[in-house]
Design a protein around this ligand. Structure first.
Ligand code: SAT
Ligand code: MN
Length: 612
């Protein structure tokens, strides 16, 4: 490769204040990938407008009816490029053991050699965009910086919504700031005279993370989770590695601000696996009078000890990349209001009047639609009109319930951490951890029923510790140890770590019906949780943790019978012992690296279950 002799192709020159390491790296990647032009993104409104115009002209985006859906667009992806590809996602740590049993590993030197050969000339006929970004408010002590190069204008537009992107972020990179280089190509070079397609991509895909050199390389896909590298790749996989070294936490968690009728304010972080109602909970509309819930984030939280030792959290993102199907005026009014304008929809259906539709938006579908693949669709089609993983991309500040503190550079003080999953049996509606270690045990052993959104048998149990299974950038058992150590550090600083709870909205009765109404009524569980913090809500100690006693939760106006209440918290010793045995077998998979404190939690659980 002849880096020294490569002349940068046309396009605005690098900003004069760009850090030399950034410009040298951009030149190196341009020399490798050979784009026709290089564009440094400023993040301006004009730049975003012209990107959207270009995407419309190229056929990637379709402008929606401006009366019905102002400044909004529909993208139809290649039908093969619709989701994260976990099978092609790799942690390329120097030692295989450091990736751990839950990640796929590739040897970094060989992987980089292969990537360099794949990326060689991959941007022929395309423009390479340079996208500097800040995860977290620009200049915040909790924020971290990155630069993504990409040959996909759709990805640039997505980065503009999902991150603080452009000149301001670039200016933050000085000779001694750390930044994460992110290289992305759709892997579809164009020869002279070649016609482009609306959604270029490649059947070969790689999403590679290098924890030691802290770089990311992604090839062959333009789908969000594979291509918006600031999100899962940086803010979770690489950030989890950085956080471990620096003593903080990078988590797959929503952030919620709750205000009680007495005007007390609490902040809650919650980790739920996909399709367990994370965005709905982040946009909760409380059914209890006087209660207020405001959104801070719906997917990722960065959590670090503040000056007083207490944990503070920020949402490192600036937008929502939410699942459309199932989102409707009854399930999540706030999300519906968020996407009313200024939204890019991907793989939803198109109505005859130029608006969007997806399963769950209305009870009955329109008589005619164009489906996510661009084909005519009628209700008898037998296939969904919108892809099950179709998405909306919208700015956080479009959300009517966004908290005024959502972009506070200091973050918010975290009071409560929740771990959730989808469980028809065994897991109670809510259980308080006895202490931090017990809470870490709850997070480490979370299991959830598989949903139709992922591969595998629907309903089958899958362990998804901390909802981080696909997102932890290092050995999962070391990650559990790090969680325990963060709690120790908070206590050593003279502060208290957040209270930890396990929740499960999805318990079913003998007839297979959900017992708990969920959605806005989940505020009742939150009210009980906050009552635990000030000592006003009573709990009983059980092997599974501290459970609400009858009468301690506000159930006014709910049709919940006593026997249903009991069912929500029923502990069946035999099936609980089977779960504990399964957890022990699960721990055995972690190369002897499970912290002793978690093994002790498990044996204490088993002993107390045997006594029941
Ligand atoms: O598919 S993404 O990773 O972009 C979103 C998600 O799974 O949370
Ligand atoms: Mn997510």
């Amino acid at each position: 490769m002849t880096v020294a002799h490569y002349v940068l192709p046309p396009g605005p020159a690098a900003p004069t204040n760009a850090d030399r390491r950034v410009t040298a790296w951009v030149e190196e990647i341009a020399a490798l990938t050979q784009p026709d032009a290089v564009v440094w993104c400023t993040g301006s409104d004009e730049e975003y407008e012209s990107l959207l115009d270009l995407l419309v002209k190229q056929g990637t985006l379709l402008r929606l009816n401006a009366q019905l859906r102002p400044r909004s667009y529909l993208a139809r992806s290649d039908p093969s490029d619709v989701a994260r590809v976990e099978a092609r996602t790799f942690i390329c740590s120097e030692a295989e053991a450091d990736a751990g049993p839950t990640n796929q590993w590739q040897e970094p030197v060989a992987m980089l050699r292969e990537l360099r050969s794949l990326f060689s000339g991959t941007m022929h006929g395309r423009t390479m965009y340079v996208v500097p970004f800040s995860m977290g408010p620009v200049g915040s002590p909790l924020a971290r910086l990155g630069v993504q190069v990409t040959d996909s204008p759709y990805v640039v537009a997505s980065m503009r919504t999902m991150t603080r992107m452009g000149s301001e972020s670039l200016a933050q990179i000085t000779p001694d700031t750390a930044w994460v280089p992110c290289v992305h190509s759709v892997g579809a070079p164009l020869g002279p005279g070649d016609e482009d397609v609306p959604w270029p991509c490649n059947d070969t895909k790689y999403i590679c993370h290098f924890p030691e050199s802290r770089e990311i390389w992604s090839y062959g896909s333009a789908y969000g989770g594979n291509a918006i590298l600031a999100k899962k790749s940086f803010a979770l996989r690489i950030a989890s590695v950085i956080a471990r070294e620096e003593g903080w936490l990078a988590e797959h968690m929503l952030l919620l601000k709750v205000t009680t009728p007495e005007n007390r304010v609490f902040h809650v972080a919650a980790a739920f696996p996909s399709a367990c109602g994370k965005t709905n909970f982040a946009m909760l509309a409380p059914t209890l009078p006087g209660w207020k819930a405001e959104t801070i984030g719906d997917d990722i939280a960065w959590i670090a000890p503040g000056p007083d030792g207490r944990l503070r959290a920020i949402n490192p993102e600036a937008g929502f990349f939410g699942v459309a199907p199932g989102t409707g005026p009854l399930t999540n009014r706030t999300a519906i209001d968020t996407v009313r304008t200024d939204t890019v929809f991907t793989n939803v259906a198109l109505t005859d009047d130029g608006d969007v539709w997806w399963e769950g938006l209305t009870d009955l579908p329109p008589a005619h639609l164009v489906d996510w693949k661009g084909a005519d669709w009628t209700p008898d089609a037998g296939t969904p009109a919108a892809h099950p993983n179709s998405r909306f991309t919208a700015r956080a500040d479009s959300c009517p319930t966004i908290a005024d503190t959502w972009d506070d550079p200091e973050g918010v003080v975290l009071d409560v951490i929740l771990f959730g999953g989808r469980r028809a049996t065994n897991v109670p509606l809510v259980a308080q951890a006895r202490d931090w270690e017990h809470g870490v045990f709850m997070g480490a052993t979370v299991s959830s029923e598989r949903t139709a959104a992922a591969e595998g048998t629907v309903g089958e149990l899958r362990r998804d510790p901390f909802a981080m299974l696909p997102f932890c950038g290092y050995h999962m058992a070391d990650y559990w140890r790090h969680w325990i150590e963060v709690g120790d550090a908070v206590r050593e600083a003279g502060a208290q770590p957040p209270a930890v709870f396990q929740v499960n909205w999805f318990r079913k009765d003998a007839d297979g019906r959900f017992i708990w109404p969920g959605f806005g009524d989940n505020v009742r569980v939150l009210a009980w949780i906050l009552g635990r913090l000030d000592g006003s809500a009573a709990a009983a100690d059980t092997p599974l943790g501290l459970l609400p006693v009858a009468g301690s939760m506000n159930l006014d106006g709910l049709n919940l019978t006593d026997s249903q209440w009991q069912e929500l918290f029923h502990i069946d010793p035999a099936s609980q012992l089977a779960e504990a045995a399964d957890a022990a077998a699960y721990f055995d998979r972690f190369d002897g690296r499970v912290p002793a404190a978690l093994r002790e939690q498990l044996s204490a659980l088993t002993t107390s279950l045997e006594r029941l």
